[in-house]
Design a protein around this ligand. Structure first.
Ligand SMILES: C[S@@+](CC[C@H](N)C(=O)[O-])C[C@H]1O[C@@H](n2cnc3c(N)ncnc32)[C@H](O)[C@@H]1O
Length: 457
């Protein structure tokens, strides 16, 4: 190796000095970075424990969720771990818990206002478009003044006078996730503000969600059963109101499709129930609303309809009978309907009962019927290489469920308009269903056991 000249040696020394300075700087930077990472981890850990203390973290103990810092938003959502943000806060006539009704319907009119936050939607009023067609809304909220965040599996509801029952059999505010659910009366909507009455929330309550109240979905008294037994007029129904309802439905079913039945029943009930004076003042009147009475009224109304139909319509021709409920003159109402309490009735958007999408006739090819009949009932014991349902009781119940799914046309608007000739697949219990749609009908082509269930048979 040749010796370096003076000038090169000096240059290299300078470079070495610079390298050692840079090394020191890198070391310092590493220390700063390490302490920042430590502080960040500590912060995230304390945030996570705060979230789980608030009861907002649904992770089960057996398989704890990864810390939020590691989980992607999608993974967190799939595990049910979401960070909620109030869509608004209640301004209510009740300022403290004491004296606030335990349920909305047990006190007279109680009023509140909910303003949708601009932090949730740029145009909060847009999120409320269409809601004015409903008379009642579900309010999902946080019991933010519970004081402490602990909860117990058994609670003592005040009305049980000291007896303990499971928290899930009560409406106690002290529950995991501290979520409250109130069915409130929707008085009016003005811009981004919803005016409510019949509430049991205190002032400042954070609201997480609002949904329209739809008796057809939310109240078992107004649901139409797809249970095939319900079509048998000789079947014993558990309660008198249901009996009457089903008998009338059966009467209609003999003459029309199930979708007709639903509509006729709704129209009949709607025409029989007048709006009372206080509701007539409300600015949410809309011809697209459909009116319902709740269970007691429904029972009375159905009684009247039944008498009317039996006396006047049974001897008419098929067509006349299926048209009759629409043209029937409404009998004089015999009871007053207060706007709150047990006798209250509700209105919903017309498209719920009379949707622009027609319901479909559902048929099975004989091949699909044979395949479905191959499935064994859930409770079938003993070895067999035939497929077996896990939840559904038997092939008849599965057929009813398939009819229910398909008659409501489960296709997206895109599929319905752009790829209407494509095959449609869905899975029901342990069966893979293949079908196609034609004009006004859906046809089941194939009912095959789901792959994983074949291998585990
Ligand atoms: C028994 S809870 C029922 C609430 C709701 N209807 C439900 O079933 O989830 C109603 C009581 O909760 C209390 N409450 C109302 N708003 C609250 C809030 N934001 N935080 C804590 N407690 C509240 C009041 O004392 C009220 O009487």
């Amino acid at each position: 190796m040749r010796p370096l000249c003076d000038c090169c040696g000096e240059h290299i020394n300078k470079l070495n000095q610079q390298v050692s300075v840079m090394r020191k700087e890198i070391k310092n930077l590493r220390q700063i970075l390490d302490s920042a990472v430590r502080a960040h981890r500590k912060h995230m850990a304390s945030l996570q424990s705060a979230v789980s203390k608030m009861g907002l973290c649904g992770a089960d103990k057996a398989s704890p969720a990864p810390p939020p810092s590691q989980a992607s938003p999608q993974a967190a959502l799939e595990r049910g771990n979401i960070q909620t943000a109030p869509i608004g806060y209640i301004s209510s006539c009740f300022s403290v818990k004491n004296g606030t009704p335990r349920q909305p319907t047990i006190c007279g009119p109680s009023r509140a206002e909910l303003r949708i936050q601009q932090s949730v939607f740029n145009n909060p009023d847009h999120a409320l478009v269409g809601l004015e067609q409903y008379s009642h809304v579900w309010i999902i909220f946080l019991f933010h003044k519970n004081g402490q965040l602990n909860y117990k599996a058994k609670v003592k509801p005040p009305r049980l006078n000291g007896q303990r029952v499971g928290v899930y059999s009560t409406r106690s505010p002290h529950r995991p996730n501290a979520l409250g659910l109130t069915l409130a009366k929707l008085d009016k909507i003005v811009g981004d503000r919803i005016h409510l009455s019949d509430i049991d929330m205190i002032d400042g309550t954070p609201v997480l969600d609002i949904k329209p109240y739809i008796p057809e979905y939310d109240s078992p008294c107004t649901r139409v059963s797809i249970d095939s037994e319900a079509c048998d007029p000789n079947t014993d129904q558990p309660n008198a109101a249901a009996d009457e309802e089903f008998n009338i439905l059966n009467l209609y079913k003999e003459k029309g499709t199930e979708s007709n039945v639903k509509r006729q029943r709704t129209d009949v009930v709607g025409s029989l129930v007048p709006r009372n004076a206080s509701e007539a003042d409300a600015p949410v009147t809309d011809s697209s609303r459909v009116q319902f009475s709740l269970s007691k009224d429904l029972y009375n109304v159905l009684e009247e309809v039944k008498t009317y139909v039996t006396q006047n319509e049974l001897c008419q021709s098929e067509d006349q009978v299926s048209e009759s409920p629409k043209t029937m003159p409404p009998p004089e109402p015999t009871v007053d309907h207060p706007c709150y309490g047990e006798e209250a009735y509700s209105t919903i958007a017309g498209w719920i009962t009379d949707p622009p999408v027609a319901s479909l006739d559902v048929r099975f090819t004989s091949h699909a019927e044979r395949e479905l009949a191959e499935f064994l009932p859930t409770h079938h014991s003993g070895p067999s290489d035939r497929p077996r349902f896990q939840f559904l009781q038997n092939p008849e119940e599965a057929a009813a469920a398939i009819r229910g799914v398909l008659s409501a046309d489960p296709r997206s608007v895109y599929r319905r308009t752009r790829c209407r000739d494509r095959l449609f697949f869905f899975t029901l219990d342990t069966a893979d269903i293949t079908c196609w749609f034609g004009q006004g009908f859906a046809e089941v082509l194939q009912v095959r056991p789901v792959e994983r269930h074949i291998s585990s048979m």
